[in-house]
Design a protein around this ligand. Structure first.
Ligand code: ZN
Length: 457
């Protein structure tokens, strides 16, 4: 297929803006006058014509019937699935000739907002689970930015970030489109759990499989029906398992389009990390969709300041792509790139931190105390190197070996070794062939442990 993606890449090559998300499409001006802008989430539902309200997948799919959605499109990197009634080309056409956005079987005219329903999964009773998808299709043509939150159902800050962004973006002033999935893992969210009901981590199953496990099918449906419509993706997370993160981006900086995307967030900290297999970030990046994870705060809490920082970063991204206009009173600060390592507790007991998130520390500084509640024996945790506290455990009882503090080491930019072309060759990537692991990786936790911590967020 000559996909929209390939076409977009082609067009992007002509784009004078190097930092552009880039997949722009030449379009004629809208042929119909758009309805009034919806300026709150509450009015998203009420301001639009009934046809766009509570849209559901086309017949014969009832809301939530996963099979038709899964079968509609073939898997990109697997043998073709059984014939469906549509192809990627049809389903994946981002915009029609008049800037109409096609998504989930619905048409969203330019200059309008819509609330759609993505139905990928069933709960045990066989009843459909319909997940809301918010869309703002701008009056003018431009990139499609997607926001996904709560792939881990207990990570709440991202849900609020999506709400605020979708609330603030005005369809008649937007260039391009923003698609927000506030609660990807609705089943986990309802139970206050990171996982799906079968204890699987959804963020290990992308790009999914239409005939695989429940998690693989959900991942597949999200990936084919929504993610492939995106020109760029921000996946919103928090720390996990009683850990909290400084608002930061996780990005595979070996990809040029990903690097450029991180720089568009303004001054947000950027941590290079090669995503674990099965993460949405990895699958989307490999599919040529520049993707970052935006980490902020801790799970099971709503933290207004963390949410605000994330929203500010997302709007900086939108602004840098020319999707929204924002008056910048101050020059946007440059991002700061980090490598990192974890400092672990060598003793079990009650952990109290003596540093705060974002604090600069020097090698040998005391980061926290671990006290045995029975013997009153106290041990200190020291910084093994100087840097900035990018992530840390909240105060709790810990076991020896518990990763307690993540210290970020500032770099001048993405290290040269990270600028190499990744093995997952993509047209957007630049640089030399891959080199060995960065030296900084030596002595860090094992790949499995590190990946675990990396993405359990
Ligand atoms: Zn997460």
């Amino acid at each position: 297929m000559l996909s929209a993606l390939a076409l977009g890449v082609l067009l992007a090559a002509c784009d004078p803006s190097p930092a552009s998300i880039a997949l722009r499409q030449g379009k004629r001006p809208p042929v119909t006058p758009p309805p009034p802008a919806a300026d709150t989430v509450a009015t998203l539902a009420t301001a639009m014509p009934p046809a766009e309200r509570e849209a559901t997948p086309p017949e014969p799919a009832s809301p939530g019937d996963p099979a038709p959605a899964d079968e509609r499109v073939p898997v990109a990197n697997e043998p073709i699935a059984p014939d469906g009634d549509a192809t990627i080309e049809e389903a994946g056409d981002k915009t029609g000739d008049d800037n109409t956005l096609e998504l989930l079987g619905q048409q969203i005219p330019p200059g309008t907002s819509a609330r759609l329903t993505w139905a990928a999964s069933e709960v045990f009773e066989g009843v459909s689970t319909a997940t809301p998808v918010l869309v703002v299709n701008g009056k003018r043509d431009g990139p499609v930015l997607c926001l996904t939150a709560a792939i881990h159902g207990d990570e709440l800050n991202g849900i609020e970030m999506v709400r605020r962004v979708m609330h603030e973006v005005e369809p008649d002033k937007l260039r391009g489109a923003v698609i927000g999935v506030p609660i990807v893992n609705l089943q986990g969210f309802r139970r206050g759990s990171r996982y799906l009901p079968d204890r699987r981590d959804l963020n290990r199953y992308f790009p999914g499989n239409p005939t695989g496990s429940s998690a693989a099918r959900i991942a597949y449906s999200l990936f084919e029906n929504i993610v492939r419509r995106c020109d760029a993706l921000v996946d919103l997370h928090t720390g996990s398992f009683y850990r909290t993160n400084l608002p930061q981006l996780r990005a595979d900086l070996r990809y040029r389009n990903v690097r450029e995307m991180t720089q568009a967030f303004g001054g947000m900290a950027v941590l290079h990390s090669e995503p674990a297999l099965g993460t949405l970030r990895r699958a989307a990046t490999e599919a040529g969709i520049p993707t970052v994870t935006l980490e902020a705060g801790e799970p099971l809490r709503l933290q207004s300041s963390k949410v605000s920082e994330g929203v500010t970063g997302i709007f900086a991204l939108l602004s840098s792509q020319g999707m929204v206009r924002r008056v910048q009173l101050l020059r946007t600060p440059e991002p700061v790139f980090y490598e990192s390592n974890w400092v672990r507790a060598d003793h079990g007991g009650i952990l109290f931190a003596v540093v705060r998130l974002g604090q600069e520390v020097s090698a040998g500084d005391v980061l926290g105390t671990v006290t045995d509640p029975i013997t009153n024996q106290q041990n200190l945790i020291y910084a093994s190197n100087g840097g900035r506290v990018l992530g840390m455990a909240v105060n709790q009882v810990v076991m020896p070996g518990f990763a307690a503090f993540r210290i970020g080491i500032e770099t001048d930019g993405p290290p040269a070794s990270m600028l190499a072309t990744a093995e997952w060759g993509q047209t957007e990537m630049g640089g030399a062939p891959p080199t060995d692991e960065p030296a900084a990786e030596a002595g860090e936790p094992t790949a499995v442990e590190d990946a675990d911590l990396e993405e359990t967020s």
